[in-house]
Write a protein that binds this ligand. Structure first.
Ligand SMILES: Cc1cc2nc3c(=O)[nH]c(=O)nc-3n(C[C@H](O)[C@H](O)[C@H](O)COP(=O)(O)OP(=O)(O)OC[C@H]3O[C@@H](n4cnc5c(N)ncnc54)[C@H](O)[C@@H]3O)c2cc1C
Length: 464
C-alpha cells in the first residue's frame, strides 16, 4: 500500500485532464487544481470545435477513454451534413472539403471534435479541486502547516503536503512558468488572425447556410494573388462548429489570417521590463501605422477590440473572391457563401445594406488572436525540476500558433506519455529520474515548436 501523497496537477485543461485520466487508469493517485469553476450544463467556455489527428484520437483516446471509434465519434464529433441527426450527434471522420486533392489521405482521418465534450469525458471520475488557483511555487513546494486556513488559493491543505511531483499544465500564460522562469518569453509571430463566431438558428442554417457551407465541411478560401504572383497568403477558413441549445442553434466559426505588413518585427516579445516595453510601444505605433490589424503588444483583455480596418479588409476580400473564378465545384456560388457568412444572408450589396451588414458582423463574437510561440528551455526545465520537483507540460511548456499549429494534439500526446512514464519510474527515487524525463521531452518540444512555426507559414503559402 502506498502512503505517498498524490501527484499534483495544476490546470485541468487538455494536458492536465489527459494526464489525470492516464494516472487514474494506472491506479496512481492524483489531484488536479483548476482555477475556474466547474462547467455547468448550460455553459462551457470551451464550447468550440478542434481538429484531432488520427494518432491522437485513435492511438491514445480510444484506449484512455476505454471506447471504440464509432462511440467516440458519436459522443465527440462535430455533427453536420445530415440535419436530422444533428441533435443526436453522429460525428464524421472526414470533414475537410474532400474535393481538395492536395490534402493527403492521412489527414482525412483527422476528426473535428467539440472540445468541451472531450473535457467532460476526460474529467469523469477525477479528483478536481475547482476554483483553486495555484500560482506560488514556494507555497506549492514547501511543507505547510495543515493549520493554515482552508481557502481556495495555494492554501496548503493537508493533501498538498510532501508532493511526490507537481505537474504544471496551466496553459500558455502559466503564472508558474512566469515566476519560475521569468526569462522565458512568448514570441509573437508576425501574423494577423481574427477568429469570428456567428450563431444562427437551426432553421436559418438549414434553409440559407447548409448547402453554401458545403454541408458543414471545413474549407479554406484564399484571396486571389496580386498580378504577377502565383501564390496567395490571405486566407479565410470556415468551420461549421457547435450545435447549441439542444441543437436549435448552429455556430459558424471563421478565421481570417495573413502575414502582418510590417518591416520591423523583432521587438515583439511578451513580458518584458519597463524600458523595453516603452520601446516596443513606440515600435507598435509604427507597426499599427503600417498594419492596423497587427497589434502584437495588446493586452489579453484587448483581444475583443476589433479595428474598423478589419471590416474594410473583409469586404475587399469578399469582393476579390467574387471577381475571381468560383473556387468550388459546389452547387452554390462563392458570392452567396461570402455574403452569408461574413456579411448577411442578403446578396444585394447596396451601400446602406453593406453598412448594415458590417454592423451585424460587429455584433458577432470576434477576437484578435496573437500567434504565440515559446518553449521552456532545457536548462530551465532541468533547474526547475531539480529545485522544485515541478515539471511543465502542454501549452505551459511549449506553445505553437493556433493557426497551423497542433497545441491540443501535442498536449494530449505528451500528457499521456508522462502518465505512462510515471508509472514505469515510480520508485522512491523518482525525483532523481526526472532528469531523464526532461531530456526525453525536450527533443519532442523543440521539434513541435519548429513544426508549429512552419505550419503557420505553410498554410499562408497557397499556390493557386
Ligand atoms: C478556438 C481554439 C481552437 C483551437 N483549435 C485547435 C486545433 O484544432 N488543434 C489543436 O491541436 N489545437 C487547437 N487549439 C489549441 C489548444 O486548445 C491548446 O493548445 C490546448 O488547449 C493546450 O492545452 P493545455 O492543457 O496545455 O492548456 P489549456 O487548455 O489552456 O488549459 C490550462 C488550464 O489551466 C487552468 N489554469 C491556468 N492557470 C492556473 C492556475 N494558476 N491554477 C490552476 N489552474 C490554472 C486554466 O483555467 C485551464 O483550464 C485551439 C485553441 C483555441 C483557443
Amino acid at each position: 500500500m502506498t502512503t505517498r501523497a498524490p501527484i499534483r496537477i495544476i490546470g485541468a485543461g487538455l494536458a492536465g485532464l489527459t494526464l489525470g485520466r492516464r494516472l487514474k487508469q494506472l491506479n496512481i493517485p492524483a489531484v488536479l487544481y483548476e482555477k475556474t469553476p466547474p462547467p455547468s450544463s448550460s455553459f462551457s467556455r470551451h464550447n468550440y470545435a478542434m481538429t484531432l489527428q488520427y494518432s491522437t484520437w485513435h492511438d491514445i483516446l480510444l484506449d484512455l477513454l476505454g471506447t471504440n471509434g464509432p462511440t467516440l465519434e458519436k459522443r465527440l464529433c462535430v455533427d453536420y451534413e445530415n440535419l436530422n441527426k444533428i441533435v443526436d450527434g453522429t460525428g464524421r471522420k472526414i470533414d475537410i472539403a474532400n474535393d481538395d486533392s492536395s490534402i493527403p489521405d492521412e489527414l482525412k482521418k483527422d476528426i473535428r471534435i467539440v472540445r468541451s465534450k472531450l473535457e467532460e469525458w476526460l474529467r469523469d471520475g477525477l479528483d478536481i479541486r475547482h476554483e483553486t488557483e495555484m500560482s506560488d511555487p514556494t507555497l506549492i513546494t514547501s511543507e505547510q502547516s495543515s493549520s493554515s486556513s482552508s481557502g481556495h488559493t495555494d492554501n496548503g491543505s493537508s493533501d498538498m503536503k510532501n508532493p511526490i511531483l507537481t505537474i504544471c499544465a496551466d496553459g500558455v500564460h502559466s503564472k508558474l512558468r512566469q515566476k519560475l522562469s521569468p526569462s522565458t518569453e512568448l514570441e509573437i509571430l508576425p501574423y494577423v488572425a481574427y477568429y469570428g463566431r456567428r450563431t444562427i438558428s437551426l432553421e436559418d442554417y438549414s434553409t440559407s447556410f447548409h448547402d453554401k457551407l458545403l454541408g458543414g465541411k471545413t474549407f479554406t478560401l484564399y484571396k486571389p494573388p496580386s498580378s504577377g504572383q502565383n501564390s496567395s497568403n490571405v486566407r479565410l477558413q470556415v468551420h461549421t462548429n457547435v450545435f447549441k441549445d439542444d441543437g436549435n442553434k448552429v455556430e459558424i466559426a471563421y478565421t481570417y489570417s495573413r502575414p502582418a505588413r510590417v518591416s520591423n518585427i523583432d521587438e515583439t516579445k511578451d513580458n518584458d521590463d519597463g524600458v523595453k516595453l516603452e520601446q516596443r510601444q513606440e515600435t507598435q505605433g509604427e507597426q499599427e501605422e503600417q498594419d492596423p490589424l497587427y497589434t502584437p503588444t495588446r493586452s489579453p483583455s484587448a483581444a475583443k477590440k476589433v479595428p474598423d480596418a478589419l471590416f474594410t479588409e473583409l469586404e475587399s476580400f469578399a469582393t476579390s473572391i467574387l471577381s475571381s473564378t468560383d473556387q468550388f465545384t459546389n452547387t452554390t456560388t462563392t458570392k452567396n457563401l461570402i455574403n452569408s457568412l461574413l456579411l448577411s444572408p442578403s446578396t444585394n450589396n447596396t451601400t446602406s445594406e453593406q453598412q448594415q451588414q458590417q454592423s451585424l458582423l460587429q455584433k458577432d463574437k470576434i477576437l484578435s488572436w496573437l500567434m504565440r510561440s515559446h518553449i521552456l528551455p532545457f536548462n530551465e526545465r532541468l533547474r526547475i525540476s531539480k529545485q522544485y520537483n515541478i515539471t511543465f507540460i502542454g501549452d505551459a511548456a511549449m506553445s505553437s500558433p493556433i493557426v497551423g499549429g497542433n497545441g491540443a494534439n501535442v498536449a494530449i500526446f505528451v500528457a499521456d506519455m508522462l502518465g505512462k512514464w510515471i508509472a514505469e519510474n515510480r520508485g522512491n527515487e523518482m525525483e532523481m529520474e526526472m532528469e531523464e524525463w526532461e531530456k526525453l521531452i525536450n527533443g519532442i518540444y523543440e521539434n513541435e515548436k519548429a513544426e508549429g512555426v512552419e505550419g503557420l507559414e505553410r498554410v499562408h503559402r497557397h499556390v493557386m
